[in-house]
Design a protein around this ligand. Structure first.
Ligand code: GDP
Length: 361
């Protein structure tokens, strides 16, 4: 499954946030025999539709879609040159599908800032710079070979040009993601082989004081620093408290600070979107469940997420949209009212489709 790597300077609240993430561990609840890696936090994506489906189908279990977060320690100034745990840091980050930077905005005289002052802009620059320097090194290492290849093979010239353009962007101190050369876009194709770090999608978590959670002007200022990436604002200590509470108590606490869902839930949702993912739903007396697919996945590809045999033997998908199912109240009634569609191999899944697959075994 896809993972989001959490990075940030020391003392910004990463561990606090990560501990809250792992307490939230849906794996532990649903798969008690699974081995749990202490460096991976599995977060359920909150989805009110599942609760509703579980009511309609009288399901015993509700299984939300999940996203994996990995704690990547070790970013300090000089990490790209192997300082601190620099090399390990870069290897770990290379494996993540998206990069989540945790940025300190909270004020607390008892918590030392590594640079002696609180400045989200500086912190973002420090981390971006290490990632940018790492990419520049990768490019500088590859260039002599690429130049040689481009001299003999015409079809390598486009690649060389793309790499040189990427180098120019990085030399201006910009990440490739912020310049629109992001994973999943066509612009990144000629660079693919280099596995550059800054083509990964970025998400920024601002660890803020509670009053800043509702300070729209402040939040807009931070958003401006990181556009086009998305920002999530949360208070890590509050998230740690929320993770200890039952849902209704958590909601009460959230409302006292003007929020209606935990920041970690928002983060999971933003992460899901950033990675280009969506869900479809299955429901029955055993479980109501959300399954993760890429946006644009076809019905057979979606079936393959449940089991590869479902994809191989795919015949049809019976699809009812979530609103239609809720309105009619049951699958039988949805069928009777003509709201259940039989879709074939070409069907592109829509978010929130409730599906039953027909397949040969
Ligand atoms: P890390 O080094 O980034 O993993 O940071 P930690 O999670 O260990 O946090 C460093 C210190 O900051 C600890 O003493 C935390 O209790 C404190 N801390 C973390 N988040 C917050 C916050 O939102 N507000 C305040 N006031 N302190 C926090």
């Amino acid at each position: 499954s896809l993972t989001i790597g959490i990075v940030g300077l020391p003392n910004v609240g990463k561990s606090t946030m990560f501990n809250a993430l792992t307490k939230n561990n849906v794996l532990a609840a649903n798969y008690p025999f699974a081995t749990i890696d202490p460096h991976v936090g599995v977060v359920g994506i909150p989805d009110a539709r599942l609760t509703k489906l579980a009511e309609v189908f009288n399901s015993q279990k509700v299984l939300p879609a999940t996203l994996d977060f990995v704690d990547i320690a070790g970013i300090v100034r000089g990490a790209s040159k192997g300082e601190g745990m620099g090399n390990k840091f870069l290897a770990n980050i290379r494996e993540a599908d998206a990069i989540c930077q945790v940025i300190r905005a909270f004020k607390d005289d008892n918590v030392v800032h590594v640079d002696g002052r609180i400045s989200p802009r500086n912190d973002i620059d420090t981390i971006d710079t290490e990632l940018i320097l790492a990419d520049l090194q990768t490019i500088e290492k590859a260039l002599p070979r690429l130049q040689k290849e481009a001299r003999v093979k015409k079809d390598r010239q486009a690649e060389l040009k793309a790499v040189e353009e990427a180098q120019a962007i990085l030399e201006e101190g910009r990440t490739l993601f912020s310049a629109g050369i992001a994973q999943g876009t066509e612009a990144v194709a000629p660079l693919y082989e280099l596995h550059l770090l800054t083509t990964k999608p970025f998400i920024y978590v601002f660890n803020v004081d509670e009053d800043e959670l509702v300070d729209e002007a402040f939040k807009d200022e931070q958003r401006a620093l990181i556009a086009p990436a998305e920002a999530v604002f949360l208070n890590a200590k509050l998230e740690a408290d929320l993770a200890e509470l039952e849902d209704d108590e958590a909601l009460e606490l959230l409302q006292t600070v003007g929020q209606n869902e935990p920041g970690l839930a928002t983060l999971a949702r933003v992460g899901f979107r950033t990675l280009g993912l969506q869900t479809y739903l299955t429901a029955g007396p055993k479980e109501s469940r959300a399954w993760t697919i890429k946006q644009g996945a076809t019905a057979p590809e979606a079936a393959g997420v449940i089991h590869t045999d479902f994809q191989k033997g795919f015949i049809k998908a019976e699809v009812i949209s979530f609103p239609d199912l809720v309105e009619t109240g049951s699958v039988a009634e949805a069928r009777a009212k003509g709201k259940a569609r039989m879709e074939g191999k070409e069907y592109v899944m829509q978010d929130g489709d409730v599906v039953e697959f027909r397949f040969n075994v």
